[in-house]
Design a protein around this ligand. Structure first.
Ligand code: FAD
Length: 518
């Protein structure tokens, strides 16, 4: 019997997705790929992201050669119709997709078998077992159970993944004796330096396929079919397996050793610092997480990278990335609609249009320009500059999630929901984090070089030079005073409000600013 064709989504592009030894389709199964134009029409994506995904899909199709039928269609349904012809229920396999919408779609199709998810270390069943055992335990650190069920926490999950996958373990103990080296990984940027003293990240060269994608995007834009935000090109992230492997090797050999120390620091002239940029090939499925953490551990064992850097990197991939993936499914469909803080302000146009030049605050202007120009910025600008602005100004969390999804080259539904709804906007009321992540300008000043040339002063709460983050922080605490006073992690900060003699003036200033760019 001829093997069933296998439908490959655009974020399942590595060879491991097709490997029968890893629950994939038959070796000889023909492959179907569908480039659906409606995906681009539905939302205003960053142009560099549209370019990257199409380039990666078309590169994969070129590699698969005669084995693949590459269909360009308006929708997935239309694409499938083209492939299946009149036999609408002819058998087909597909890997578990990464979004609920796609899973519901394939689940509703006749004749389609959904194969196990790939691209993560932990299976759905294993996570469910862990979550079942750990509901109610919290991290143990600073959390008083008091008989109340505590939400799941990353730390316990991360230890369990390390043990289960024998990652960075010395027998039963974490390598070096400590699970958590975050303390060593929160240094401010080195004084007096514009850039970190580290070799730059690997960048690809474009080819004919990129040219073809760019021509298509130009034409669709000209025809008014689609519209984009942000600037495109040259492509700066891997689009093929070979490129992804090169980027990974380059990172481990030249950049991993310095990853830890300044992981949370920001430099205006050095947006990437020691970050890996591997979220892009990982989320396209071009790399498997196991092949990223294993060489990192080897670098530690061979003395080529210190433990704080390697643990920090392993924590991000085997901890955070896995945790976020599973929380996406664990929290359920309602999660995307959560709005615990009842924030309803629409996103202002300057933010939607990535209009960095309209913004005076140097941190926000710099980071928004990074997003405009590359579709990427590292986790602290995402959390403490972009997300924090949205949280302080009470922007609608669903619209903020949509913005991140559209504007980031590594943004997908599964990774956006927990990171934005939970981590960044606290719209889940604490299911994911123990407190809202936001700060005044003092944190940004300490962790970056943004403030020195800025027109605002981080220690000014009111007046012409009031830092929008400092004023915004106090006004956020004031707005949610009751809720935050009841949280032991924010209660002290709320008490600080009573010591502010100029709170009224501060609130008037922030209200006057409205949605004008800060
Ligand atoms: C508001 C907000 C939005 C985010 N949106 C995304 C997103 O759309 N896509 C995305 O992959 N990450 C997202 N993250 C997580 C993190 O910011 C990015 O993974 C990271 O900045 C990507 O750059 P990098 O590859 O250089 O990461 P590195 O700092 O080098 O980290 C290594 C890897 O760890 C993984 N990782 C680390 N933290 C997370 C996390 N919280 N969630 C998932 N993976 C993580 C990534 O795969 C990353 O490549 C978001 C974080 C925040 C606060």
């Amino acid at each position: 019997m001829a093997p069933r064709p296998h439908w490959l989504f655009g974020d399942q592009l590595g060879p491991h997705f097709l490997d029968p030894r890893h629950g994939g389709p038959d070796d000889k199964a023909p492959v179907v790929m569908i480039e659906a134009r409606s995906v681009l029409r539905r939302r205003r994506f960053h142009r560099a992201k549209a370019h990257l995904v199409l380039s990666a899909m078309r590169h994969r199709a070129a590699e698969l050669g005669d084995r693949v039928t590459y269909v360009r269609a308006e929708t997935y349904a239309e694409g499938l119709e083209k492939v299946r012809g009149r036999r609408a229920s002819s058998p087909l396999t597909v890997r578990h997709p990464t979004s609920r919408r796609a899973l519901d779609f394939v689940g509703g199709l006749e004749g389609v078998e959904i194969l196990p998810a790939k691209g993560f270390l932990v299976s759905h069943d294993d996570f469910a077992e862990w979550a079942g055992r750990n509901k109610g335990k919290g991290s143990g650190k600073g959390e008083k159970g008091g008989g109340q069920p505590q939400p799941l926490r990353l730390e316990g999950f991360y230890h369990w993944v390390r043990e289960r996958h024998d990652l960075l373990m010395d027998g039963d103990h974490p390598a070096g004796g400590r699970w958590n080296l975050d303390h060593d990984n929160r240094e401010p940027p080195p004084r007096g330096q514009d850039t970190l003293d580290v070799r730059g990240p690997w960048r690809p060269s474009e080819d004919d396929i990129d040219d073809e994608v760019r021509r298509d995007l130009d034409r669709w834009e000209r025809d008014g079919d689609v519209s984009f935000v942000g600037r495109d090109g040259p492509r700066s992230f891997p689009a093929t397996r070979r490129e992804a492997r090169t980027a990974l090797r380059h990172f481990v050999a030249h950049r991993l050793a310095g990853f830890g120390r300044h992981e949370d620091a920001m430099l205006a002239a050095d947006p990437v610092m020691s970050h890996s940029l591997l979220s892009v090939p990982l989320n396209l499925g071009l790399l498997d997480p196991a092949e990223c953490v294993e060489p990192a551990e080897q670098a530690y064992r061979s003395g080529d990278a210190p433990l704080n850097s390697v643990e920090g990197f392993v924590r991000q991939i085997a901890g955070w990335r896995e945790y976020v993936w599973h929380l996406y499914w664990h929290f359920g469909e309602d999660y995307r609609h959560r709005n615990a803080l009842r924030h309803t302000t629409p996103l202002p146009d300057w933010f939607l249009d990535l209009d960095a030049d309209a913004v005076t605050a140097n941190c926000l202007s710099t980071v928004l320009a990074q997003v405009r120009d590359t579709g990427w910025t590292h986790h602290i600008p995402r959390l403490m500059v972009l997300g924090s602005r949205a949280l302080q100004d009470g922007w609608d969390p669903a619209a903020v999630t949509d913005w991140f999804h559209r504007c980031f080259v590594d943004g997908y539904d599964w990774v956006m929901l927990p990171n934005v709804v939970g981590m960044s906007q606290y719209a889940d009321g604490g299911m994911m984090t123990t407190k809202p992540y936001t700060s005044g300008g003092a944190y940004i000043k300490k962790m970056s070089d943004f403030c020195a040339p800025c027109a605002y002063r981080p220690d000014h709460r009111t007046g012409e030079e009031a830092c929008p983050y400092t004023a915004g922080y106090w006004s956020f605490l004031h707005r949610h005073r009751t809720r935050l006073a009841a949280n032991h992690r924010t209660a002290r900060a709320v008490k600080g409000l009573d010591r502010l003699g100029d709170l009224r003036e501060l609130l008037d200033t922030t209200a006057e600013r409205g949605d004008a760019p800060p």
